[in-house]
Design a protein around this ligand. Structure first.
Ligand SMILES: Nc1nc2c(ncn2[C@@H]2O[C@H](COP(=O)(O)OP(=O)(O)OP(=O)(O)O)[C@@H](O)[C@H]2O)c(=O)[nH]1
Ligand SMILES: [Mg+2]
Length: 391
């Protein structure tokens, strides 16, 4: 599958840069293309110049809101991010439209963090423009959720997240959720290592996008998972995960056909799928997903139909009501990887929580505004009878 990727705000632009890097890797290691254009859109000029893989010209690194923000961001006010995106939407659409290989893309992937100002406001606005203009291509969003400590210290974090999620969901075909907090569960030091978190966010897309683009027969699976399968699966709230098991590089020749080998492979496969599910980009219950897919990637001689079937049965047991698509991708040496997508999730507790907390925040703000208004009225009252100098 070939994507056209657009990042908004600091987080979105860095992740779009990450997708541009995945494409370079696919080209170098596998001789294929998975990202036909990568763009970075921001109100912050310094952030745009800090990127490394997106082309440097102003058609790929797009500064918006120049006059309103002076090139310094919108300071977490996502209404302002949305307003600027509305004003400058033509600039962004024109850049995308004139991209050299635009027509080769199968889908759009728009990326931003939900808690900031620029990306959170701009993503849904541009998603709507792109969707209206290109009705035949799916528009997917990848939305990054904030760390817990950000939610605790700044009320605006939850409000921005809720408004961004609601708006994005209503105008896109699917929303991949990536929760920053999940990446520091096991390794808290990652909190200060956004680069590492970003590569954990983008990595699961690598094999998934490559599998359907392979041209060499030896890398084409028995059952190819292509753009069509992905588009049929990815709908609504979605999570993606990735797991890996190491395989012995050398085997004793007599063990190659034994039943033990087969059961070891199945075990490794289930282990990788288990990891993929427990490392999903957002905490969710597989039981709530209506569509799912898995891709098994391993050296050709390590894969067999039993293994693919076992993995399917296992996923079915976790997501019994989901329509499950699958594929195999004969590729990696010494490793067995499983990529899983759970899609069309009917419930995600964290989103519900953002919405309800955000309602409290809104009523708190209204209360505060009322209080300020009545205090101002008291002061105006006290000023009655005092002469003004402005006649
Ligand atoms: N995973 C990840 N999260 C990031 C990154 N940069 C920022 N964030 C998160 O994104 C949120 C802040 O949003 P930013 O993307 O910095 O904001 P912005 O869209 O540039 O908006 P303004 O700076 O307010 O104009 C916080 O929750 C951060 O933890 C990044 O590179 N990777
Ligand atoms: Mg910023």
């Amino acid at each position: 599958m070939k994507l056209l990727v657009v990042g908004f705000g600091q987080c979105g632009c860095r992740l779009a840069d990450g997708f541009a890097r995945l494409n370079k890797r696919a080209r170098r290691q596998r001789g294929i293309e998975i990202v036909v254009g990568a763009f970075a859109v921001n109100t912050d000029a310094a952030d745009l110049s800090g990127l490394s893989s997106i082309q440097q010209d102003y058609q790929h690194r797009i500064l918006i809101g120049g006059r309103k923000t002076g090139g310094h961001g919108v300071g977490k006010i996502n209404e302002l991010g949305a307003e600027i995106a509305r004003d400058d939407s033509d600039k962004v659409i024109d850049a995308i439209r004139t991209a050299k290989r635009f027509f080769e893309s199968d889908a759009f992937l728009l990326i931003a963090s939900a808690a900031g100002g620029t990306g959170s406001g701009a993503l849904p606005v541009l998603a709507r423009h792109v969707k209206e203009r290109y009705r035949d291509k799916p528009v997917y969003a990848l939305v990054v959720l904030p760390f817990q400590h950000e939610e605790e210290t700044e009320g605006r974090t939850i409000y921005n997240t809720a408004t961004c999620l609601k708006s994005t969901y209503s105008v896109t075909d699917a929303v991949f959720l990536s929760d920053n907090q999940r990446y520091i569960r096991k390794d808290f030091s990652l909190k200060n290592n956004l680069t590492k978190i970003n590569s954990l966010i983008t990595e699961p897309f690598y094999d998934l996008l490559c599998a359907g683009e392979e041209k060499k027969a030896k890398y084409v699976g028995a059952k190819v998972l292509d753009a069509g399968d992905i588009m049929q699966t990815v709908v609504g709230w979605s999570a993606i995960g990735y797991g890996e098991s190491a395989l012995p590089i050398f085997r004793l020749p007599f063990s190659s056909t034994s039943f033990r080998k087969k059961s070891t492979e199945t075990h490794k496969g289930i282990q990788a799928m288990d990891e993929a599910i427990s490392e999903l980009s957002i905490a969710c219950n597989p039981d709530d997903s209506a569509r799912a897919l898995y891709l098994l990637s391993a050296p050709a001689k390590e894969m067999n139909m039993d293994l693919v079937k076992e993995l399917g049965d296992y996923l079915k047991s976790l997501a019994p009501t989901a329509i499950i698509r699958n594929g195999d991708y004969p590729r990696e040496k010494g490793r067995l990887n499983v990529t899983v997508i759970l899609s069309e999730l009917s419930d995600v507790a964290k989103i519900r929580d953002y919405y309800s907390k955000s309602r409290d925040f809104i009523s708190g703000i209204k209360e505060k505004q009322k209080e300020v208004k009545s205090k101002l009225e008291t002061i105006d009252e006290a000023a009655k009878g005092i002469p003004s100098l402005l006649q």
